[in-house]
Design a protein around this ligand. Sequence first.
Ligand SMILES: [Zn+2]
Length: 196
Amino acid sequence: MTPGAALAAECARYTAMGWMRGTSGNLSVVLSRDPLRLAVTISGKDKGELGPADVVEIDAEGRTDDPVRVPSAEAGLHGRIAAVTGAGAVVHVHALAPVVAAEHWPGGVELRDLEMLKGFGRAAHDDVVVIPVVPNSQDMKVLGDAFEEGHRADVPALIVARHGVYVWGDDLHHARHRLECLEWLLRFKVETRRDR
Ligand SMILES: [Zn+2]
């Protein structure tokens, strides 16, 4: 399967989950590591209807030399995350639970003692996982700096407040499994909070 076909198939799954509403969200896969090149979904299209050609090749800063296709505005953050973490795939969706969680815990969302943490690559017991939260910005350099400042190698996710969530992994499946588990964890966290 080409990178474009793989990205389109994953976008269709995320759309079915309600996590890529309108034209929101974007996914990327690393094509080469040195120099870093990624394939990222194009801007402005319904993510449930992408074809294999709806993909743009970008460099680490999110720039492309494609004369026609425009990469997502958030492509620069994909490049930064892939460069810093060594991930093979980065997924960004506008799921609701991460954004609501960040509203309650703007300093970071703490998770512990939950079986689903195993699907996120952590332990179900005796382990505390804090998902970092950064303020939203339209400047990918600002977002990238904030990401790098709070990044820990054992937490493959970033919540952008009032916006959405980024998750990464070795490949698109690995990233999706982590995101599916994280979304469940954050929904649990929000729905069981005691401050209401
Ligand atoms: Zn977004």
